[in-house]
Design a protein around this ligand. Structure first.
Ligand code: EPU
Length: 422
């Protein structure tokens, strides 16, 4: 297994380009299943999760091909009939595979999709996806670890449905299902994440009629058919945010290019609160880490709240603060796995239920550490950049699921970071 080796304590300078958003690309690619034909999704990052979804679509009979060139295109050819099945082998490596369920039901009137099971950050049930699809008329059975769903009469029907809790991929799944339903659908308590809005934009370009995406109420007027998608996905706000935190570490000064500041407001607020300077510049955001960070309290929440996907990375910055910060994780029940590893680097953090008390220390010291999930691994890379000496991050495959060539991007900023192939 590859590892990332970081020699810390080197100041970062220069600018870094943000890739397309993994969590926008995945549902937009899945949306191709809503109609046969030749689809083109652009600005798609080359990541393990994108390749997994490509394999899943391949399993269904689609052809997925990465196009050469700067537009980062992914061509998807969806045949006239597909095998509407997502096997456990693929879903277990990427729970976001479940976003094929809505499109399969809408277009192919049936689907057999493996239940994803738990994961390192929490139980992560899909009950809200299934409730929403059932409200649209799907008949759903859970058997042998699979969701077996059919659409009596062959077409879903518009409905009013309110999610019990805010779910990003749940909102995406039900929205994708509703675009081909008969009649109007009103979805309430929807996720407001920019990725939901981006998916709605892609669907509208396919001919769907959707209003309100990006707010908590989405209205969808069902249409009879769609055309293939041609859409460029938004910049990855979590990758951008990870670089923002890197720039906020003491002594650094970097420009994060091609990011959308309005997608990052809650994070920018906290990074500024911690004492870093964040300036909007024509290319994106310039961030300057000036001296020892100040403590700030943070509570994760669905967008536009502070993103759970940035909690681990911000914890690294706060672990160096001149004082104590409280970080409360409200979205996932088990998302503090990185704490044990940060302690190995000399951080002083205690976890009590949903809250981590981060007592700032003047410095971290490098050590071998183990990545437990995608964002935890990014946090460990950041910690390695700030620590004195060498940090080795093992289980880098977690990082590769969501960060495109992060070691190369950081090296271009001056970091001493390299990948050691197993
Ligand atoms: N939940 C339910 N029932 C459901 C769905 C969700 O109880 O049917 C709960 C979850 O267990 C969790 C909360 O609701 O406690 C929020 O989960 P959500 O469904 O919003 O998460 P997701 O859609 O599975 C997406 C991102 C995650 C990100 C979360 C929260 C994608 C592909 N994944 O997951 O990204 O953490 O939203 O913002 O969009 C990552 O990229 O590292 C990552 C984990």
């Amino acid at each position: 297994m590859d590892k990332i080796v970081v020699e810390g304590g080197v100041p970062l300078r220069g600018s870094v380009n943000v890739s397309g958003a993994k969590n926008a690309a995945l549902p937009v690619i899945a949306a191709a299943l809503l109609t046969e034909g030749d689809h083109l999704v652009q600005n798609v990052p080359d990541l393990a999760d994108v390749r997994t979804l490509g394999r899943l679509l391949g399993h269904m009979g689609c052809r997925v091909e990465r196009l050469p060139g700067p537009r980062r295109g992914l061509a998807v050819r969806v045949p006239v009939t597909v095998l509407p099945e997502a096997p456990y082998e693929l879903v277990k490596t990427m729970r976001a595979s479940v976003v094929v369920l809505g499109p399969l039901l809408a277009r192919w009137s049936g689907a057999r999709v493996s239940l994803p099971g738990g994961c390192a950050i929490g139980a992560r049930p899909i009950d809200q996806h299934l409730k929403g699809l059932a409200a649209l008329g799907a008949e759903i059975r859970l058997e042998h670890g699979y969701v077996d769903a059919t659409v009596p009469g062959g077409r879903l029907r518009g409905t009013a449905f309110a999610f019990d809790g805010v779910t990003v991929t749940g909102t995406e799944n039900v929205m994708m299902a509703a675009v081909l339903a008969r009649g109007e659908t009103v979805l309430r308590n929807c996720a407001r994440e920019p990725e939901v809005k981006d998916l709605a934009d892609a669907l509208c370009a396919m001919g769907a009629r959707i209003e309100g995406a990006g707010t908590d109420e989405i209205r969808i007027a069902g249409v009879d058919s769609l055309r293939p998608v041609n859409h460029a996905v938004i910049a990855d706000r979590i990758e951008a945010g990870t670089f923002l935190v890197a720039g906020a570490l003491p002594g650094n000064d970097i420009t994060v290019r091609h990011c959308v500041a309005t997608h990052l407001e809650a994070l920018i607020d906290k990074v500024r609160g911690a004492g870093a300077e964040v300036r909007e510049v024509p290319e994106g955001l310039r961030v300057i880490g000036d001296g020892r960070p100040r403590p700030v309290d943070v509570r994760t929440a669905p967008h536009p709240g502070f993103p759970t996907d940035m909690q681990a990375q911000l914890m690294v910055l706060l672990s160096l603060a001149d004082g104590s910060s409280r970080i409360t994780e409200t979205v996932f029940e088990n998302r503090f796995m990185h704490v044990q590893e940060l302690l190995r680097l000399g951080a002083d953090i205690t976890v009590e239920g949903k809250m981590a008390l981060v007592r700032g220390v003047p410095g971290l010291s490098g050590a071998p550490v183990m990545a437990s999930d995608l964002r935890a691994s990014a946090a460990l890379v950041l910690a390695g950049l700030a620590a004195q000496g060498t940090t080795e991050i093992l289980r880098v495959y977690h990082l590769d699921r969501g960060y495109e060539r992060i070691e190369e991007k950081l090296a271009r900023l001056g970091a001493r970071v390299r990948r050691v192939k197993a």
